[in-house]
Write a protein that binds this ligand. Structure first.
Ligand SMILES: CC(C)(COP(=O)(O)OP(=O)(O)OC[C@H]1O[C@@H](n2cnc3c(N)ncnc32)[C@H](O)[C@@H]1OP(=O)(O)O)[C@@H](O)C(=O)NCCC(=O)NCCS
Length: 272
């Protein structure tokens, strides 16, 4: 079935709040204010027969389009709306100059994986979202020789290359008052990076990305994160991408698996 697409406006928040939980990630529904500021500018809704049948939220970082949310109303699935939304995303990414697109999906989400395969995306690597209490973090050994600090814009390129970050990711984090770009350095050499979100969820500070040059440096990075937070932050959530040894290292001190996701990637299809 055909849908029409329109950019999100403030009036669309109730529909988003209704559909967002369909993602089943355990992430809290964004508040109206938070959604308007962070999500709405790159969100569009799909309508058919006057009703909202789905939405997508995305970001364009340099030449890569990142699909953050794709949701079709439960009563409207299997009618091609998901594929239509992916087509609209591809159109927007092409217009913004992106040649690749990517996303994260839960391994048991067969409907979504079938949809992404049908538009040419393929499984690239696995990521694990882990949660730790500070007590668990303290079981990790501290390493000498690194210092943590906010990454300066003139260091972005160096850090991006060292940790294979998407171009523009660090600059994007700086747009938000509650985010920090934390770097772990040995002299000038980047040894770790955390995209810290102090307002991720009640009691939880989030880190995405969370990358270290050696797994043993993760304690130093966690300590730097903790120093940025307050007493309300009783746990930390870290998204560990394509790094099974780091996942095992953190599981060994009792980290809980909050979510497992597959990273899918592909070339943005050419327009018709
Ligand atoms: C994933 C989702 C967006 C798919 O939307 P949809 O409108 O039902 O998908 P479509 O009807 O456009 O189907 C697109 C393709 O996926 C396939 N597909 C869709 N649902 C499927 C299912 N349950 N099992 C197997 N294949 C499925 C279709 O066969 C079609 O493939 P084809 O074009 O090669 O025939 C929808 O199921 C959804 O909103 N799920 C909940 C939210 C979610 O998990 N989002 C993704 C987060 S990463």
């Amino acid at each position: 079935m055909l849908a029409t697409f329109h950019d999100a406006t403030a009036a669309d928040y109730p529909e988003i709040a209704r559909l967002f939980p369909e993602l089943a990630t355990g992430d809290p529904v964004p508040t109206r204010e938070g959604w308007l500021q962070d999500f709405a500018p790159t969100t569009f809704l799909a309508r058919s027969g006057g009703a909202v049948v789905g939405y997508a939220f995305y970001r364009v970082l340099s030449a890569v389009g990142y699909v953050a949310n794709v949701v079709v109303d439960p009563g409207q699935r299997g009618r091609g709306f998901g594929k239509g939304i992916m087509g609209e995303l591809a159109r927007r990414f092409r217009a913004a100059g992106a040649v690749e697109w990517c996303l994260n999906v839960k391994p048991d989400n067969t409907a979504a994986i079938a949809l992404y395969r049908s538009v040419g995306m393929r499984h690239a690597h696995d990521s694990v979202v882990l949660r730790l209490s500070w007590e668990q973090v303290e079981r990790l050994p501290v390493q000498r020789g690194t210092a943590a600090r906010e990454i300066r814009p003139n260091e972005d390129e160096r850090v991006r290359v060292a940790f294979a970050l998407l171009d523009g990711k660090l600059a994007e984090l700086r747009l938000h008052a509650e985010r920090r770009t934390l770097g772990l350095f040995d002299g000038d050499e980047p040894r770790g990076v955390a995209g810290l979100n102090l307002a991720f969820a009640p009691g939880v500070m989030g880190a995405f990305p969370f990358r270290v040059a050696r797994i043993e440096l993760s304690r130093n990075l966690f300590d730097a994160m903790r120093a940025c937070g307050g007493p309300e932050h009783v746990r930390v959530q870290a998204v560990v991408e394509d790094d099974a040894p780091l996942v095992d290292y953190l599981l060994a001190v009792g980290a809980g698996v909050h979510l497992k996701v597959e990273h899918h990637r592909g070339l943005v299809p050419a327009g018709s």
